[in-house]
Design a protein around this ligand. Structure first.
Ligand code: C2E
Ligand code: MG
Ligand code: MG
Ligand code: MG
Length: 292
């Protein structure tokens, strides 16, 4: 009897937990379209620092949602739901317009900055995407070279032929393309050569302990060599400390993104970060090491 009761309570708790998370999902999906129009969503920019030149001329745009009742909702949570429901198209359209408007302001300020936007599988399966992108770039009178797009291996694998077709059109327009979270998906290194991309972003999983974990270091070294052999640039994601930086420099990684340099920041704070970054390069890279 006692056992049965305990099991029953357990089940009840489990079910109410499930109800709660289901309720949360419904709230997220219900509020998402309006949140894009009501100022709850905003964009943050994270610098990508070139190790060779020790400059920052590129960044990644990431979405943020401050919900009035639920508080901060992580993008990993609501992007996944938006992808499953098809609402992701709204998010992507909104991001493109926010980022292109910001790029226009930066160009007016003579600030040289490329910005990368994350795309999901759903976006890449839309055959109209290249034409829509061209039309938004024209609307803002921006060169496609100001824009980069990041796609994950998983998104490519949903329908490789169709995705490669869309990516090829985007690349031929002059937009830079990167494979995001590289090393965590199901695709192989050999697959890389079929993808019309310029850059590989090695996932944070291989970077975060690189100074202690020899296997991670070997993976980063081999991936960098292979990507360079295929004519691709390499970015390391998620660098948090200076010991890791030395390893990435040693293995010839081109660009680094991570909390070590900066967390993603709202545009105004990002501009301030940029103003202090180049004058204080020694603080980041050390006085003597200019080799990259
Ligand atoms: P992602 O594209 O791989 O973005 C990198 C994530 O790593 C970001 O998380 C960033 O804040 C985080 N990060 C960067 N450096 C560090 C570090 O040194 N340490 C740690 N712990 N984390 C670091 P965020 O902003 O939470 O985004 C998570 C994911 O959500 C993104 O991964 C991307 O897949 C998705 N996402 C974010 N914004 C968008 C968007 O506008 N559209 C789409 N489709 N997906 C987005
Ligand atoms: Mg990304
Ligand atoms: Mg990533
Ligand atoms: Mg990711």
């Amino acid at each position: 009897m006692v056992h049965a009761k305990v099991r029953h309570d357990h089940l009840a708790v489990y079910q109410s937990g499930q109800d709660e998370s289901h309720q949360r999902e419904l709230t997220i999906l219900r509020d998402l379209p309006l949140s894009l129009k009501s100022g709850q969503m905003f964009v943050v920019y994270q610098p990508k620092v070139s190790l060779g030149q020790q400059i920052c001329h590129s960044s990644e745009a990431l979405i943020r949602w401050q919900h009035p009742e639920l508080g901060f909702i992580p993008p990993d949570e609501f992007i996944r739901l938006a992808e499953h429901s098809g609402l992701i198209a709204l998010v992507t359209d909104w991001m493109i317009d926010q980022v292109l408007a910001q790029l226009t302001r930066w160009q007016q300020q003579q600030l040289k900055m490329k910005v990368a936007i994350n795309l999901s599988a759903h976006d890449l399966l839309n055959p109209e995407l290249p034409a829509q992108m061209a039309s938004r770039l024209q609307h803002f009178q921006l060169s496609p070279s100001a824009l980069a797009l990041e796609v994950t291996e998983g998104a490519v694998m949903q329908d490789p032929a169709q995705v490669i077709h869309v990516l090829t059109q985007l690349r031929d327009m002059g937009i830079e393309l990167a494979i995001d979270d590289f090393g965590t998906g199901q695709s192989s290194l050999a697959y890389l050569k079929q993808l019309p991309v310029h850059e590989v972003k090695i996932d944070r999983a291989f970077i975060k302990d690189i100074e202690h974990n020899q296997n991670d270091e070997l993976i980063v070294q081999a991936t960098t060599q292979l990507a360079h052999g295929l004519g691709l640039k390499v970015t390391a994601e998620g660098l948090e400390n200076v010991a890791g930086l030395a390893k990435l420099q040693q293995h010839g990684v081109d660009t680094v993104q991570g909390y070590f340099f900066s967390k993603p920041l709202p545009a105004a704070a990002f501009e301030q970060w940029l103003q202090t970054f180049e004058p204080s390069r020694d603080r980041w890279f050390g006085r003597s090491d200019n080799s990259g």
